[in-house]
Design a protein around this ligand. Structure first.
Ligand SMILES: *Cc1c(COP(=O)(O)O)cnc(C)c1O
Length: 363
């Protein structure tokens, strides 16, 4: 069987055993296999990474009027579930060392809110583009105040921080298997934790909070957030090739860095000594004459897609009313950053063409 052929086997198994509905062997096994892979005690397979963030907030008892600290430089799916829970996001700036949540800005935010006798109910950390945040510092700041940490690892499945998988360092970890992520089930997510009771509760909420009674009885608000058995079958097959994907992504990054890392004003995303990233996307920041739009437009002319860095949440019209703590790092990264084409299906010729186009802009 080819390396990418396991998906069909598990899907067929689901059909053969008539478990096309949610729940069934693939869901249980995908949870077990993913938890074992990353080193977590338990996992709940859900319909999306967004659903996993939502239920992580609920598990952390975030409710109406509660404050949640969240990085500004991220995809909106990190922050939206805070609003689903009628809680209040406070956005935190990044630092250049990690591109992720700046521990100094986080400390400042705690102090600012403590001076108003307030404390966040949870802190969400993101490992952007597979780069791990400065977890020791962030955990120290949060642990000292007994505030739970949710790691949005939607982009960092397979990334290690000091040898441990991102998602397992805080109290809850979130993964996504959406179409654009490093492995995909077309859509899906996972919430992991060492708190098995909380994960059991999350599975209960995710299946409409059906009380264990023969009749349909509900004493809590329910959600239809469970992963289906078919989707979980795809996930089991994809998980087997995660390491291969990471290796390919790393090659792509290293090729780009070797070829264009020396161009004037090019700074590749930071790989810190503690971090073994999954290299989900190869990103860089520019500080010279060539601007991100120049690169994006030059590639677009050849029908090659590239993207800007996420637009920070504190700059988004929808989140404009919420507080922001920090300086201009997230804005600068957004304004000067580019995500280069990083698809593992690209061949050597494709990569060579891309760097040729980019180098041309420096002539
Ligand atoms: C993709 C992504 C999510 C959401 O995951 P979905 O499975 O698409 O709901 C959350 N946070 C970040 C940082 C993401 O990139």
């Amino acid at each position: 069987m080819s390396d990418e052929g396991y998906e069909m086997q598990y899907i067929k198994e689901a059909f053969d055993t008539n478990w096309i509905a949610p729940l069934g062997n693939n869901v249980d096994e995908f949870e077990n296999e993913l938890a074992a892979k990353v080193g977590a005690k338990s996992a709940a397979a859900l319909s999306s990474g967004t659903a996993a963030i939502h239920l992580a907030l609920k598990a952390a008892e975030v409710g109406e009027g509660d404050i949640v600290f969240c990085p500004s430089l991220t995809f909106s799916a990190t922050a939206n579930p805070i609003i689903y829970q009628k809680a209040i996001p406070v956005f935190i700036d990044s630092d250049y060392k990690t591109w992720n949540m700046d521990p100094e800005a986080l400390e400042k935010a705690f102090e600012k809110y403590e001076s108003m006798d307030k404390r966040p109910k949870a802190v969400i950390v993101v490992h952007l583009y597979g780069l791990s945040a400065n977890m020791d510092k962030i955990l120290e700041i949060c642990r000292k105040r007994c505030v739970p940490v949710i790691e949005d690892s939607a982009e960092s499945l397979g990334s290690l921080y000091k040898g441990r998988h991102t998602g397992t360092l805080g109290d809850y970890g979130v993964f996504s298997f959406n179409g654009n992520k490093i492995i995909t089930t077309s859509g899906g997510g996972m919430l992991i934790s060492n708190n098995q009771e909380k994960i059991a509760k999350v599975r209960f909420w995710a299946t409409q909070s059906r009380d264990p009674a023969r009749h349909y009885q509900h004493s809590e608000l329910g959600f239809n957030y469970r992963m289906s058995n078919i989707v979980a079958g795809i996930g089991r097959g994809q998980l087997k090739i995660l390491d291969q994907r990471v290796a390919k992504k790393k090659n792509i990054f290293e090729f780009y860095k070797r070829e264009i890392g020396g161009l004037e004003g090019v700074q590749f995303m930071p790989i810190n000594e503690w971090n073994e990233p999954n290299y989900w996307l190869s990103c860089l920041a520019l500080s010279g004459r060539v601007k991100p739009l120049d690169i994006m437009e030059a590639l677009e002319e050849e029908n090659i897609e590239s993207r800007p860095i996420w637009k920070p949440m504190h700059m988004q019209p929808f989140f404009a009313e919420y507080d922001y703590v920090g300086g201009h790092v997230s804005r600068n990264l957004f304004e000067n950053g580019v995500c280069l084409p990083s698809d593992t299906k690209m061949e050597d010729g494709d990569l060579e063409k891309i760097v040729r186009i980019i180098k041309g802009l420096w002539n």
